[in-house]
Design a protein around this ligand. Structure first.
Ligand SMILES: Cc1cc2nc3c(=O)[nH]c(=O)nc-3n(C[C@H](O)[C@H](O)[C@H](O)COP(=O)(O)OP(=O)(O)OC[C@H]3O[C@@H](n4cnc5c(N)ncnc54)[C@H](O)[C@@H]3O)c2cc1C
Length: 584
């Protein structure tokens, strides 16, 4: 069992990292743990020091007279979270919430478990400390659609673009000189790096041969390019370090680490007045917010906390005997991107030593639509060159497919000699899935994980769409470069789809429901327009905002980290504007 061996190695490396964490290499990059007593009062309490929470805390504490308590269930982000090549190791560690979803419709076919893993960062920086760092903003129409939902222009593309620009910088003269970068980048804290390794050029030539545009800026609506990743000087630029490091010595920022918020407290007029939290050593703290509580616990845990606090669907809350403060569809509308892997076996090549400061594999990204006259893309291709041995790790560990499938892929990719082969692994990603899941409470015990129904393929149109996207992509193996190296598509289903004629729609439908993966871009559970208004205030109560991936009414046509940073920046502005109206 090759894949089982690869998993053992992954676990051993993780154990090594656990020991390294005892040395606290990253502590100097983050704010210290605050000494906070039960009963203490702050101007604002932020729940979750993740992607959005770190941005908001950093922006609010720029005003020295505003006190902020930032409460995070995890601790400091560890050394491996800063190293781009170690990106995969944090999954299933103590820095992940390690949630398991309810069984879904198809996972039992080719995955090791019949329930998908739900990966979420549990540390300063949250999921931005363990994500794959692909920088993408989504398409302008995403935000114009959000604006339509709330019937005002607060979230139109025109009004979110300045916030995207504000948080990032690109130190690459050639990239910025190109006409299609459209002056879309600013001089913010998060560095962005274009991976310029030559490997990618052959694939880009093949895309051009297929008639697709080659662009410099992956943020162009359509086209294929080298990937932009949230990295600077060879290190991950996640929200935790990039936003909290500059704020770490501020006297008005108090960070409670390893502390789990269990409930939002309200007064009799439904004003949020603070939270209850559980410390690592089992103490319960009652903490007060003079102005507001801001929930930034991510799409799964924000929904859970609101439900525990009496904000959610009346019927569900009453069935759990929770007093209903506001009857809202909290937890509904859960969305994620789903991808299907397409490996292509390529030329023989030597493995290169791993450099921890280089992105794990040279990547190419493409945005495409079946209808070429359409203004927005409906699928993305994220392609990585990797050695067959690396692919074994992706298959078994990252994608959690069953060992039989991973062993077969490895044998097909690796070939007969000891050197092994390079492969091109492409994730075909549905950018606008119709399927929806939900988050519900399993019990009243706040420590117990919620019931997460990821909902993949509950709308079968998503399967049909993916079949069409795959069929449009795979002729790439017939382009000049891939023909010259005798590249071959690898059947990853390990016999599961042999009942169907290879290449038929039925075959590809079987393929899709075998080797799909959710991308952990969870969003939509406290959606704007149904749970929060366009200034992210929760309907039916006062002094409570939600600001994180949960507020997206529709998932963006790209990945979700950059949009969440933008949401954090905008939320901080809303809070400051309201503060100034009240006090200035
Ligand atoms: C494995 C993986 C790979 C990804 N790859 C990419 C990518 O390449 N590109 C991209 O753009 N996006 C990617 N994403 C998605 C992106 O990282 C997330 O959408 C985004 O970071 C979510 O931000 P957030 O603020 O909503 O939540 P988070 O960043 O998850 O922050 C929530 C924080 O709240 C804390 N918290 C939760 N509950 C409580 C509580 N009760 N009390 C106290 N604290 C609490 C959590 O510990 C966490 O720190 C990936 C995600 C994952 C998991």
């Amino acid at each position: 069992m090759l894949a089982a061996g690869a998993m053992e190695i992954m676990r051993m490396v993780q154990t090594g990292f656990q020991y390294l964490a005892l040395l606290q290499f990253t502590a100097y990059l983050m704010p210290p743990h605050a000494n906070v007593q039960s009963g203490a009062t702050y101007d604002y309490i932020i729940v979750g020091a993740g992607t959005a929470g770190s941005v908001i805390a950093s922006q609010l504490t720029e005003e020295a007279h505003i006190s902020v308590l930032l409460i995070e269930a995890g601790g400091d982000a560890p050394l491996e979270s800063t190293m781009p090549a170690a990106v995969a190791f944090l999954k299933n560690s103590s820095y992940d919430w390690n949630y398991i979803a309810e069984p879904d419709l198809h996972s039992n076919q080719c995955h090791r478990k019949s329930s998908p893993e739900v990966i979420l960062g549990k540390m300063l920086g949250g999921s931005s400390s363990l994500d794959y760092m692909v920088y993408s903003r989504g398409h302008p129409t995403d935000y114009d659609n959000w604006a339509k939902i709330v019937k005002d222009q607060t979230w139109s593309w025109e009004n979110v673009l300045p916030y995207f620009k504000k948080s990032v910088k690109v130190d690459d003269e050639n990239f910025l000189k190109s006409p299609d970068t459209k002056k879309n980048y600013g001089s913010g804290l998060i560095g962005l790096t274009i991976d310029n390794r030559d490997y990618a050029n052959n694939l880009l030539e093949s895309c051009s041969e297929m008639g697709y545009d080659i662009v410099t800026d992956p943020e162009s609506s359509f086209g294929y390019s080298k990937m932009l990743v949230s990295m600077g000087e060879g290190e991950r630029h996640g929200s935790g370090i990039m936003f909290l490091k500059p704020a770490k010595d501020r006297k008005n920022l108090h960070v409670l680490k390893n502390t789990f918020v269990t409930k939002i407290n309200f007064d009799e007029k439904r004003n949020a007045v603070g939270v209850e939290a559980l410390t690592q050593d089992g103490r319960t703290l009652i903490l007060n917010a003079k102005n507001e509580v801001i929930v930034s616990a991510g799409a799964i845990n924000s929904a859970k906390l609101l439900l525990l606090s009496g904000i959610g669907p009346k019927k569900d809350l009453q069935s759990k005997k929770i007093k209903v403060l506001s009857d809202l569809p909290v937890g509904k509308n859960l969305q994620d991107h789903v991808s299907v892997m397409i490996p292509i076996a390529m030329e023989t090549s030597m493995e290169k030593p791993v450099d921890p400061h280089v992105y794990l594999a040279p990547p190419v990204i493409g945005y495409n639509a079946l209808d070429k006259s359409q203004k927005y893309p409906d699928y993305e291709t994220a392609s990585f060159y990797a050695h067959s041995r690396q692919l074994l790790y992706y298959c078994a560990y990252t994608y959690a497919f069953n060992y039989r499938i991973c062993d077969d892929i490895y044998m097909l990719m690796h070939g007969q000699d000891d050197i092994g082969k390079m492969g091109l692994m492409t994730d075909i990603i549905h950018l606008n899935p119709k399927s929806r899941g939900d988050v519900k409470l399993k019990s009243l015990n706040p420590i117990e994980p919620p019931a997460i129904n990821v909902g993949y393929f509950t709308n079968e149109d998503d399967i049909d769409d993916l079949v069409k996207f795959i069929k449009e992509f795979i002729p790439i193996v017939n382009t000049t470069f891939f023909r010259s190296i005798e590249a071959e598509l690898v059947d990853t289903t390990s016999g599961s789809c042999y009942n169907y004629e290879a290449g038929s729609d039925e075959y590809w439908r079987c393929y899709v429901t075998c080797v799909y993966t959710g991308l952990n871009d969870y969003s939509g559970t406290c959606a704007m327009g149904s749970v929060v208004d366009s200034r992210l205030r929760v309907y039916g109560v006062q002094k409570l905002r939600v600001a994180d991936a949960s507020i997206m009414p529709f998932i963006t046509r790209g990945h979700t980290n950059a949009p969440v940073v933008m949401i954090g920046e905008k939320a901080a502005d809303f809070v400051m504007e309201d503060y100034k109206k009240k006090y200035c």
